[in-house]
Ligand binder design. Structure first.
Ligand code: COA
Length: 392
């Protein structure tokens, strides 16, 4: 009797986008009368991306996916998921705007997922299950967000914007996802944004506690199920709303894994936070931007290496899951493009940042034409009219 090997499913392609303007957090520290080391070391951030109105989550998501897909890829997609907590409509899924902007066919399910920063992982896991049951098709998952807190609030320094697009498919080129994972959901009030608010509200310290407790519980549960196998872990990635948060998660492992394993995880963690430190929080995409950062910066990872990923969404849901790097995964990354995207950004003055922060889309149904904020971006929100959005 022969047993068939289960089909490997996972991340076949990955690409990302962040807008072309940033605020240097030394400038923010100076303007807010804070020691710059608090932001650089205490929070662990250096810069944050600042999007203009035309780069909403739809435009950013389409810009991330653009170029990653050829015509054959586009026809094979049977599920399109946009994960976001900065959505543009209460009813219509932003995935439908993205589908249109990218010129994808209609033979697919297109939906939006929300559960704070966990939404990206909910999308990835749903997509993987879809591919396992529809092995002829693929799923496109786009995690896209604008992290907005109020000016002069504690969260201001942890803003940012960006999108990560992932094609989930059979026999993936970058990372196979292990089907077993551990997860937990429980209602908490650590971070939220009521429908009438344009900025998130957070009990910052409490949300850090919930994050760390959930990670600890899931690590323990994964251990009970034989999933952690610390020696087999070549890297451990964390949801990074700001890099210090992930660092706290990592440090909690110092007593739980052997010293040499911890040193390896620490070294690779540093590679995983490089993009986030310059982009800031992109909520649903943060964990996956960490994966891109790791794979683009670390030259020692090899096919077969096993990576742990901790996803957290306030509210709150957490999941600890695992992936295995595939042969030739390096060919599917584009570090030169990432470096150029960050290098060609424009540094804003505090006055410019605050002016952009205060800009609003009209809500009265009148026509509003939007300037092209990022000349590098192929897609953008062009116009609002009669409460409808028009993209190019
Ligand atoms: N040099 C170095 N570090 C400094 C410093 C200095 N001059 N001044 C302060 N720090 C450190 C503090 O010791 C603290 O470190 P710790 O977290 O290891 O204790 C850190 O900087 C933050 O300072 P603190 O004053 O404790 O916090 P805060 O009131 O400014 O709030 C957040 C920080 C992250 C909680 C706040 O930005 C926030 O609410 N963010 C949004 C919510 C969020 O992202 N939650 C994460 C879970 S998803």
């Amino acid at each position: 009797m022969t047993f068939e090997q289960p089909m490997a499913v996972g991340i076949d392609r990955m690409a990302w986008y962040t807008p072309n303007r940033f605020l240097d957090l030394d400038d923010l520290a100076q303007a807010r009368g804070v020691d710059p080391d608090k932001f650089r070391i205490g929070i662990g951030q250096r810069r944050m991306a600042v999007p203009t109105l035309d780069q909403d989550i739809v435009a950013m998501g389409a810009n991330a996916a653009e170029g990653m897909l050829n015509d054959i890829d586009k026809r094979r997609i049977g599920l399109l998921i946009v994960a976001t907590e900065s959505s543009v409509d209460q009813s219509k899924a932003s995935a439908l705007f993205v589908q249109d902007v990218l010129g994808l066919g209609g033979d697919m399910r297109a939906i939006e997922i929300k559960e704070a920063c966990y939404g990206g992982t909910a999308g990835v896991q749903l997509a993987a299950d879809f591919v396992r049951s529809h092995p002829q098709r693929t799923a496109l998952v786009i995690a896209t967000d604008i992290a907005r807190y109020g000016l002069r609030t504690g969260g201001e320094v942890t803003q940012g914007a960006g999108a990560v697009a992932m094609l989930i498919g059979p026999n993936p080129s970058i990372m196979a996802l292990e089907p077993e994972s551990v997860y937990h959901s429980t209602s908490t009030d650590d971070f939220w944004r009521p429908n009438y608010a344009t900025e998130a509200l957070a009990k910052g310290k409490y949300s850090e506690q919930v994050y760390l407790r959930l990670f600890s519980d899931l690590w323990q549960e994964a251990g009970r199920q034989g999933l952690t196998r610390a020696e087999s872990l070549q890297a451990m990635l964390f949801h990074i709303p700001f890099t210090k948060m992930g660092r706290k998660g990592l440090r909690s492992l110092s007593e739980r894994v052997p010293d040499d394993v911890f040193r390896r995880l620490e070294r690779r963690f540093e590679e995983s936070i490089k993009h986030c430190r310059d982009v800031g929080n992109c909520y649903t995409g943060s964990l996956y931007l960490g994966l891109i950062s790791l794979l683009e910066h670390d030259t020692t990872l090899r096919a077969g290496d096993r990576i742990g990923l901790f996803s957290y969404g306030s509210g709150s849901v957490g999941e600890l899951f695992f992936g295995v790097l595939q042969d030739g995964f390096q060919r599917y990354l584009d570090p030169a493009n990432s470096a150029a995207m960050l290098r060609t950004r424009q540094r804003l003055t505090m006055a410019e940042y605050e002016a952009i922060f205060e800009q609003r889309l009209v809500t009265d149904g009148s026509e509003q034409l939007l300037d092209a904020g990022d000349p590098r971006a192929k897609h953008r929100l062009v116009r609002l009219d009669a409460h409808e959005r028009y993209y190019a």
